[in-house]
Design a protein around this ligand. Sequence first.
Ligand code: RIB
Ligand code: CA
Length: 315
Amino acid sequence: MKERIIIDCDPGQDDAINLLLALSSPDELDVIGITTVAGNVPLQLTERNARMMCDLAGRSDVPVFAGCSHPMVRPLKTAENVHGKTGIDGAELFEPRQPLESRHAVDFIIDTLLDADDAAITLVPTGPLTNIATAFHRNPSVIAKIKRIVLMGGAMREGGNTTPSAEFNIFVDPQAAGIVFSCGRPIIAMGLDVTHQVLATAGRIARIKALRNRAARATAGMLEFFSRHDSTKYGADGAPLHDPCTVALLLKPGLFSGKHCNIAIETQSPLTLGHTAVDFWGVSGRPKNADWIYAVDADGFYELLTGRLARFSDR
Ligand code: RIB
Ligand code: CA
């Protein structure tokens, strides 16, 4: 049975590669739609970047929607210093053929969930959670229609990448994250603790670069660009490939290890705003609301990604 998913994203090189991974896997995933949000770069770029990935994947059947252009309460913070001005620097850019749908992404999310059976749709957010939380706030009856939420966000042992306490997706819209993490549906949270284990090393990029198709070449170019910032920042041999951990878990859950625990979001403190308080040892007494993923078979992850990228062929 295919898993029916909506990917909500802010491409961003790693979001873009996550889209390619999902779009290369039609036997396992029914990508009902791609919704975009402001995050790494402003909305008019994230939606365009998502449409380019549909073209590269030859998937004109997957509709792309633009959503919220700023967080629910806070001002938008973008990350051009990491992703470049376009958001997907490193890829050879082109004018996408894939059209942008006229419906707002939040309306698409609400309409799709209302039309579905209970627990039928999986949400895969890999950017700030503004679209998802706005949908829940506007029509709470959609929440029961969610099978699970597999998101990239948060940090525990790794500390923050945007402040000492907070990871980017959660920091940009902490109010939205608070709404999503308290929605009551199953959540699988992929934070920096696991994404920092899947580094895009030179060898892994070379194997992707050796594939003979545009999507793989774009992926290699994006990884080379994306790696320069994080290698300098962390002194690591390549950038952590954050967002594709979400779709990889849908495709090969055995690659990952996690623990069911309480995760709460700091939405007030100026010092620790956007912090994910992961109660790994169960000391808070708060109800467990998410699976916190903390380990991954990194070689298996890149074997999966490379194998799926190899499926694309230039038409
Ligand atoms: O902190 C990493 C996350 O922030 C990733 O989703 C990346 O794309 C950015 O959105
Ligand atoms: Ca992202």
